[in-house]
Design a protein around this ligand. Structure first.
Ligand SMILES: Cc1ncc(COP(=O)(O)O)c(C=O)c1O
Length: 442
């Protein structure tokens, strides 16, 4: 990036003047970042023996260094104790899942009893839809995003069919505003109101995977309840990324995976939230399994199901310990860093990326970069989804060949997600600098 081209004002660092978009400024931001030491707690993938600029935390979070030793601990307990490790291991497997409720409740804004870890995301979405999508009479419609993650669409369509209904009649798709990728909250509220007593459920991605838009879940939940419907969310791109207050917003249910911002590792155990107002869930239709039985009577092997209170009652099977270890290692780091601190850094990192990208448009005068994600920090998390006018895939390929790891979404979008736990301002600067040079040479 050439300082003489910069449209940025100058800042004073160590008694010298630097453009705001200079590498020195990025390094200064890193030096003064109170969370900078958390990067050392993660393994950063390498390219030609150098750390890659990892921008795919929205897809797969990085490995906490402690994960290996935690795996070794459970392998050791399995080797030395066998089945006894369920009760005598260092972290007894019988109630291993219970550890997660408090740190996860802090992250999604819930009471510990409203949260449990189990299965994977799409499985959990189905289990929750069994309980919360209960079409009756004309109240059978579901509002969701036209650009929902395909798995959510498949889950919703198949649930509708499971009730003997027609998806074409029951699914209402929210479409982005014209020329934008995001969906205005006012439009969502309007569609809810119009659906009125035909609406059974609103099921949105809290942060849309494609555009990076964070929905106003508080307002949407309120409007949904006003017409007598249920509000549930897929928080795959929201949990660990944006502040959530599921309990206070009176959300009915939510589910999320934890291999993205929560760094649990590939296929790591997922989470659910069920509002405490549903008690032990016995008033709802639900599939049962022995792990949803109250822990106090689980091993009595009784014929009658005796439900656990809260979200735990939705569990079916015993906890997949080896799928939970990465999440445990990661949540310990979240607890140390404090979610509010992470969010404060995240807003800065993303705004920094946004301003550097916008500056490239100004310096080239060609407007090749079109940011789809809302500019308002309250409507987004880390991720910026960027449409590159004219062959974005070529730029993406150049980036990945040169030590950058953003991710690509068909048909034409590069997603950049600087994550506050392990990304630096220098990462962001290098990204923008690479893109600027690419356009200069194009
Ligand atoms: C928004 C969203 N929903 C659902 C899924 C599917 O997750 P899983 O394969 O864990 O069921 C993903 C995966 O990336 C996702 O991003």
């Amino acid at each position: 990036m050439q300082p003489q081209k910069a449209n940025f004002k100058l800042v004073t660092l160590n008694s010298k003047l630097y453009p705001l978009n200079s590498l020195s400024h990025a390094r200064h931001l890193d030096l003064t970042d109170p969370l900078k030491h958390f990067r050392d707690r993660f393994h950063i993938p390498k390219h030609n023996n150098q750390d890659v600029v990892y921008l795919s935390g929205n897809s797969l979070g990085l490995q906490p260094k402690t994960a290996k030793q935690y795996f070794e601990q459970e392998l050791k307990d399995w080797a030395t104790l066998g089945v006894e490790a369920h009760f005598q291991g260092k972290n007894p497997w019988f109630n291993y899942h219970e550890w997660f409720s408090k740190p996860l409740a802090n992250i999604v804004g819930a009471k510990p009893g409203e949260v449990v870890v189990m299965n994977n995301l799409t499985v959990n979405l189905h289990l929750l839809l069994v309980s919360f999508y209960r079409p009756e009479g004309k109240r059978r419609k579901i509002i969701f995003e036209e650009t929902a993650f395909p798995s959510d669409r498949y889950a919703l369509e198949s649930q509708v069919r499971f009730h003997g209904l027609d998806p074409a009649e029951c699914l209402i798709e929210l479409k982005p505003s014209e020329n934008a990728a995001h969906i205005e909250t006012a439009h969502v509220l309007d569609v809810i109101e119009k659906a009125g007593d035909e609406l059974a459920l609103v099921m949105l991605g809290g942060v849309n995977y494609f555009s990076g838009q964070l929905f106003d879940l508080k307002k949407i939940t309120h409007a949904t309840h006003n017409v007598g419907a249920i509000a549930g969310y897929d928080l795959a791109h929201a949990a660990g990324n944006v502040p959530l207050s599921l309990h206070d917003w009176n959300v009915d249910f939510a589910c999320w995976c934890s291999y993205k911002y929560l760094n649990s590792g590939p296929g790591g155990v997922a989470g659910i939230f069920v509002n405490e107002k549903y008690g032990d869930g016995s008033a709802l239709p639900r599939f049962h399994g022995w792990w949803g039985n109250d822990a106090k009577t689980r091993f009595q092997m009784a014929k009658e199901f005796n439900p656990a209170q809260g979200a735990e009652g939705w569990q079916l099977s015993n906890a997949p310990i080896f799928n939970m270890i990465g999440l445990r290692a990661s949540l310990e780091i979240f607890e140390e860093a404090g979610f509010a601190n992470l969010r404060a850094k995240s807003e800065k990192l993303t705004a920094y990326l946004e301003s550097l990208l916008n500056n490239i448009n100004q310096t080239t005068g060609k407007g090749q970069i079109h940011i789809l994600t809302p500019a308002n920090p309250a409507e987004r998390g880390c991720q910026l989804s960027v449409r590159i006018i004219d062959n974005g895939l070529k730029l993406f390929d150049e980036m990945t060949s040169n030590g950058f790891l953003p991710d690509w979404r068909q048909p034409d979008v590069i997603r950049f997600s600087p994550v506050p736990l392990y990304n630096t301002f220098e990462d962001v600067w290098k990204t923008a600098n690479f893109i600027e040079k690419y356009f200069e040479e194009a």
